[in-house]
Write a protein that binds this ligand. Structure first.
Ligand code: UGA
Length: 431
């Protein structure tokens, strides 16, 4: 099948390459000329482990090509995946401007039947809207079907997740489109859930919201565990072994970030409010998550004598999680912001992210090595769970620091080991 992927972010690019792996011919369309040039040259414009090798392979084999020619791209492909961004607006709802633009272009340029698939995370009812936008773009009626087919891959393990999904969700009312989607996903070893577009759209929001809820649940519980001297990691393991609960997304820490959970939870809350059905549990999920960085800040402040003025704090990790260069809604940026407001001097490091602009400034500098970053610091705050930070040479770091304080924002290092070196360790109920 000839597949067009509109939008070459990490979802679009990964999806396109996975379809190449399954034997399809793929075109990637983006209006950003620089992205197209980079991708066509086999270079990713974002960091995603393993994906560049796959890109090179399929570029060389001629299975994928990239273009900014919307008209040609729409004409020559049978199935069109919309993978453009749906950023959060002021009121928390998803901005569908890019989706609308794509839908109108499809209407304008299509000359024969197409299956149009929304893979971008879009609010309930968007498939119907896309149908209207396509119709509005058409000069003469040409048949088409719209399918909702949400994506569940994670940044940092995008390729593995896309190749080994837990399930594939296909939401459409058209038998013809459903048959095309079945053919497209032939060869994937997972359940395929067929439903209508609205339910499919809701599944995506419900999945991300549920995972965010698990994180906020364990994070809030970790505060109580802290007070009671209980190790929350043991509690996570203890409840996670119950197969009805499951072990995942129960790692306590400084909260969730990224381009998905914060945006999607807010968008679902917005949908709920607009329909007069408040989702109170989810409101608390957001609140707990927002409090978590502040909770850590207060611990840092308390341990450093109640005043952070001119204290030097090394913040290790800027990305919202390991194996990505994405800093959107990163708890690390939140903690840096708090520290700067408390007049601390921030020294930061990340193996992949290169900060530009705020929070960089006279009181916030980024360093190339962890050794430089911790030099003279009163405290180290571990914010991103990079493997590199799990293997730090703590005896060497202790010699470089002014005061031996470690704040483990991800409960990721061995407390007993660093305490035996003379560090003061603080995690999230990591007793
Ligand atoms: C998330 C979902 O996991 C994907 O299934 C979904 O496709 C994607 O959003 C999306 O909608 O596009 P992602 O944002 O890449 O994926 O990252 P996650 O691995 O889910 O982590 C999100 C945040 O939760 C990170 O800040 C992470 O550090 C935090 N987290 C995760 C915890 O604090 N504790 C945990 O136990 C797990």
């Amino acid at each position: 099948m000839r597949i067009l992927i509109v939008g070459t972010g990490y979802v679009g690019t990964t999806t396109g390459l996975i379809f190449c792996e399954m034997g399809h011919q793929v075109t990637g369309l983006d209006l950003d000329q620089r992205k197209i040039e980079a991708l066509q040259a086999g270079k990713l414009h974002f960091y995603e482990p393993g994906l560049e090798e796959l890109l090179e392979k399929h570029i060389q084999a001629g299975n994928i090509s990239f273009t900014d020619n919307t008209k040609k791209a729409i004409k020559k492909n049978d199935v069109i995946f919309i993978c453009v961004g749906t950023p959060m607006q002021e009121d928390g709802s998803a901005d569908l401007t890019y989706v609308k633009n794509v839908a109108e272009s499809i209407g304008k340029y299509m000359k024969e039947y197409k299956v149009i698939v929304t893979k971008s995370t879009v609010p309930v009812g968007t498939a119907e809207q896309v149908t209207e936008w396509i119709r509005a773009g058409q000069k003469e009626p040409v048949p088409f079907d719209v399918v909702s087919n949400p994506e569940f891959l994670r940044e940092g393990s995008a390729m593995y997740d896309a190749l080994h999904p837990d399930r594939i969700v296909i939401g459409t009312i058209s038998e013809k489109a459903r048959a095309s989607m079945r053919e497209l996903y032939q060869g994937f070893q997972c359940p395929i859930l067929e439903t209508n577009p609205k339910a499919s759209e809701m599944i995506k929001y419900a999945a991300n919201s549920f995972l965010a809820m698990k994180i906020s649940f364990i994070n809030e519980l970790s505060r109580l565990c802290d007070r009671l001297g209980i190790n929350v990691n043991d509690v996570s393991r203890g409840i996670g072994l119950d197969h009805r609960i499951g072990p995942h997304f129960l790692r306590a820490g400084m909260g969730y970030g990224g381009s998905c959970f914060p945006k999607d939870v807010n968008a679902l809350l917005q949908t709920a409010a607009a329909n007069g059905i408040p989702l109170t549990i989810l409101e608390k999920v957001v609140q707990v998550n927002a409090e978590q960085s502040l909770y850590l800040l207060n611990k840092i402040k308390h341990s450093l004598g109640g005043d952070l003025t001119n204290k030097s704090v090394a913040v290790l990790g800027i990305a919202f999680k390991a194996d990505t260069d994405d800093t959107r809604e990163s708890p690390s940026l939140v903690i840096m912001d708090y520290l700067l407001k408390e007049k601390a001097h921030v020294r930061t490091h990340d193996p992949v992210v290169k900060l530009e602009g705020y929070p960089l400034g006279a009181n916030c500098r980024q360093f190339a090595t962890t050794a430089e970053t911790v030099s003279g610091a009163d405290a180290v705050v571990l914010c991103t769970d990079w493997d590199e930070y799990k293997r730090l040479d703590w005896p060497a770091i202790k010699l470089l620091m002014k005061q031996p304080h470690i704040f483990d924002g991800r409960n990721m290092i061995d407390k007993t080991a660093v305490e035996s070196l003379g560090f003061h360790y603080t995690g999230f109920a990591n007793h």
